[in-house]
Write a protein that binds this ligand. Structure first.
Ligand SMILES: Cc1cc2nc3c(=O)[nH]c(=O)nc-3n(C[C@H](O)[C@H](O)[C@H](O)COP(=O)(O)OP(=O)(O)OC[C@H]3O[C@@H](n4cnc5c(N)ncnc54)[C@H](O)[C@@H]3O)c2cc1C
Length: 398
C-alpha cells in the first residue's frame, strides 16, 4: 500500500482519482498538482453554458476549496510538473522535488495551435477557463464577425454560442464534413442543417491559408483565396496529449502515455489516465486514446483503485462515450461510428433527429443519436456495452 501519492493534473481525471483514493480509505499523504492556477473545474461547459452565459464560473468547479481541505489533499495549483525521475521516484514540480511512492498522471491534452496563426489580438483557442473568459468577453463586447476554424464538437459548440449572442459566424472545416473524425458525413448531416438553419455559415472542404490584420486580426484567408471578415477567430483544430514534461523520463509515450489494460504505465506504481493515456481497447487490444469526459472520470477512479491494490487490479473496460450540445440539441456517441454496418433505430439522416447503431458484422460496436430522449439513447448505448449480436439488435427492432 503506497503512503505518499502524487496526482499530476488537476482536472476531471485527477480530481476523480483523488476522490476515489480517499473514498477507498487511503489515508496517506496525497498531493494534487495542477498547471492551471484555477481551483479545478469541469471543462465541458467552457464551450457551451459558460460562453452563452447560462452558467457562472462558480457552477463549474469540480469541488469547493474546503472539500480539498476536508479530504486532506495538498493542492499545488499554478505549478506545472516539469520532469519525472522514475529511479528516484520524484516529480519536478516547477523546480521543487515532489517525492512519491504512487503516481497518477492526469495531465490531459492541450489545444493544437497552428504555427503562424497566433500573436494577433482576437485569435484564441478554447481549452481553459481563462480562454473561455476571453472568448466570452469578445463575443459579448461587440465583435460582430466570428470565424471558427475546425468543425469538431468544440468548434460546432462555439459557433452555436456565437449565434446565441447574435453574431455573424462562419464555421470553416478543411475536411469534407463537420464532425468527420467522430462520425461519417451522413450522421453529421442533421447537425450541419441545424447549424445552417440557425444562421451559421458552414464552409467545408477548404482550409485556412493565413490570418491577416495588424495588432488585431481582421481577416481569415482560405486556401481557395476567399477572404472572411474576422473580428474574433476561435481555433478548434484538435488537441494533443500534454505529456512533454515526461520527455526523457523513460516512460513509454506515443501519442499519450502507454499503459496496460489496468492503466499502469511501463513503470511500477505509475498510472496514466484520461486524455493523456493510451490503453489497450478491451475488444481489439489496439491502443486507443480518447478525449471524453466520462472516460477521464472513470479512468481516474479505476487507476486510483488499482494503485491501492495492484494484486487485485482490474482492467478498464469502459465504452468510450461523448456528448455535444448545440442549439439545445444533444448529439451522443458511444463506441465507434466508423464501422461497416449502419442501422437506424429511429429517424434517419434526412430527419431532425435520429438514433442509429453501428456494427462490424457480428456485434454492435457503436451508437449515435442526435436529438431524441436520453432514455432512447441509453438503450442503444447498452447494446454497445453488452456487445449485443448485430443480427439480434437489428431484428429486435424490425
Ligand atoms: C471546451 C471543451 C469542451 C468539452 N466538451 C466535452 C463534452 O461535451 N463531452 C465530453 O465527453 N467531453 C468534452 N470535452 C473533453 C473533456 O473535457 C476531456 O476529455 C476531459 O476534460 C479530460 O480530462 P483530463 O483530466 O484527462 O484532462 P484535462 O481536462 O485536459 O486536464 C488536464 C489538467 O492537467 C493540467 N496539466 C497539463 N500539463 C500539466 C503539467 N505539466 N503539470 C501539471 N498539470 C498539468 C492542465 O492544466 C489541466 O488542468 C471538452 C473539452 C473542452 C476543452
Amino acid at each position: 500500500m503506497p503512503s505518499n501519492i502524487a496526482v499530476v493534473g488537476a482536472s476531471v481525471a485527477g480530481v476523480e482519482a483523488v476522490l476515489a483514493l480517499r473514498g477507498a480509505g487511503y489515508d496517506g499523504r496525497l498531493t494534487l498538482v495542477g498547471a492551471d492556477p484555477e481551483l479545478p473545474y469541469n471543462p465541458t461547459p467552457l464551450s457551451k453554458e459558460l460562453l452563452t452565459g447560462d452558467m457562472e464560473e462558480d457552477d463549474i468547479r469540480l469541488l469547493p476549496e474546503e472539500e480539498f481541505e476536508n479530504l486532506d489533499v495538498g493542492l499545488r495549483l499554478g505549478r506545472p510538473a516539469k520532469g519525472l525521475d522514475l529511479a528516484e521516484r520524484r516529480v519536478d514540480v516547477d523546480g521543487s522535488p515532489l517525492p512519491y511512492d504512487g503516481l497518477i498522471i492526469a495531465t490531459g491534452s492541450r489545444a493544437v495551435r497552428p504555427r503562424g496563426w497566433f500573436g494577433r489580438e482576437g485569435v484564441h483557442t478554447l481549452r481553459t477557463l481563462d480562454d473561455a473568459r476571453r472568448v466570452h468577453e469578445a463575443m459579448t463586447q461587440g465583435r460582430p464577425s466570428v470565424v471558427v476554424v475546425g468543425a469538431g464538437f468544440i468548434g460546432c459548440e462555439i459557433a452555436a454560442a456565437a449565434r446565441h449572442h447574435g453574431l455573424d459566424v462562419t464555421l470553416v472545416e478543411a475536411a469534407a464534413s463537420p464532425l468527420l473524425r467522430a462520425v461519417p458525413a451522413a450522421l453529421a448531416a442533421p447537425v450541419v442543417r441545424l447549424q445552417e438553419a440557425r444562421g451559421v455559415r458552414v464552409v467545408c472542404g477548404v482550409g485556412v491559408a493565413r490570418l491577416l490584420g495588424g495588432i488585431r486580426v481582421d481577416k481569415v484567408e482560405l486556401t481557395d483565396g476567399t477572404l472572411l471578415d474576422a473580428d474574433l477567430v476561435v481555433v478548434g483544430v484538435g488537441a494533443v496529449p500534454a505529456t512533454d514534461w515526461l520527455d526523457g523520463s523513460g516512460l513509454s509515450v506515443e501519442d499519450g502515455v502507454i499503459t496496460d489494460a489496468t492503466l499502469r504505465t511501463t513503470a511500477p506504481g505509475v498510472y496514466a489516465v484520461g486524455d493523456a493515456a493510451r490503453w489497450p481497447h478491451p475488444a481489439t487490444g489496439d491502443p486507443i486514446r480518447v478525449e471524453h469526459w466520462t472516460n477521464a472520470r472513470e479512468q481516474g477512479r479505476r487507476a486510483a483503485l488499482n494503485l491501492l491494490d495492484p494484486r487485485a487490479a482490474q482492467p478498464y473496460t469502459g465504452v468510450p462515450y461523448v456528448w455535444s450540445d448545440q442549439f439545445g440539441q444533444r448529439f451522443q456517441l458511444a463506441g465507434t461510428a466508423h464501422a461497416k454496418h449502419l442501422h437506424f433505430l429511429d429517424g434517419g439522416p434526412d430527419d431532425e433527429s435520429y438514433l442509429a447503431v453501428l456494427g462490424d458484422g457480428e456485434t454492435v460496436v457503436g451508437a449515435v443519436g442526435f436529438g431524441g430522449t436520453p432514455r432512447q439513447f441509453n438503450k442503444a448505448r447498452r447494446l454497445v456495452a453488452d456487445g449485443t449480436a448485430w443480427a439480434e439488435a437489428v431484428s429486435r427492432h424490425e
